[in-house]
Design a protein around this ligand. Structure first.
Ligand SMILES: [Zn+2]
Length: 194
């Protein structure tokens, strides 16, 4: 069964929902159809309707976006890309396991009272602002040094997760259906200017 991408009223991705949930939202008038899967319909006793691929809420919903910080979530935020050399652990069929590691930008050993200097303020050493996806060779080379000390540059500063990350993390390494393409933010959109 094909899942449905739920968008907020401003068309920002909210999450992936079951098709039944999407149909209920549509029938209740709480969402509108944005994209359909081609050549597929949902039949009930009374009606035939297009199979929704993307639906958007009619009224803007405040979405809490607290995300558990774990390896998979950080790798997804970083698009399965080493944040130092740009190595991507995503395209190939190779398993991700073992290719990427979680790097503390400012090493744990440098934390004072559990905090390290972040891009704009002090942050907990294990926080979204101080961990990045890092390939094994880069991690080995960097060791217990800061990027400056190791002469390494971050591709982009690590940041807190945004609502779009929920969808990308839920997708994991799976490819999104083509119908969702235009509505999932490209990772580039997340790049913060330095
Ligand atoms: Zn690397």
């Amino acid at each position: 069964m094909q899942d449905v991408l739920l968008l907020n009223a401003d068309h920002a991705p909210v999450r992936i929902v079951d098709w039944r949930r999407a149909v209920i939202l549509l029938l209740e008038g709480r969402a509108q159809l944005v994209e359909r899967y081609p050549d597929r319909v949902i039949r009930s006793a009374r009606t035939v309707m297009p199979w929704p691929a993307v639906v958007a809420l009619m009224v803007y919903a405040r979405v809490p976006h607290r995300l558990r910080l774990d390896r998979r979530a950080v790798f997804s935020r970083d698009d399965w890309t080493c944040q130092y050399c740009g190595f991507r652990a995503r395209d190939a069929e190779r398993p991700v396991h073992g290719l990427l590691t979680l790097d503390h930008v400012v090493p744990r050993a440098r934390a004072r009272g559990g905090f390290v200097p972040g891009p704009t303020r002090k942050v907990p050493v294990t926080s979204w602002e101080n961990v990045v996806a890092c390939c094994v060779p880069c991690n080995r080379y960097k060791g217990n040094r800061t990027p400056d000390e190791a002469g390494m540059t971050l591709i982009k500063p690590p940041r807190s997760p945004r609502p779009d990350d929920h969808v990308r993390i839920a997708l994991g390494r799976a490819a999104a259906p083509p119908e969702w393409g235009g509505y999932l933010a490209a990772p580039e959109r997340f790049q913060t200017s330095k």
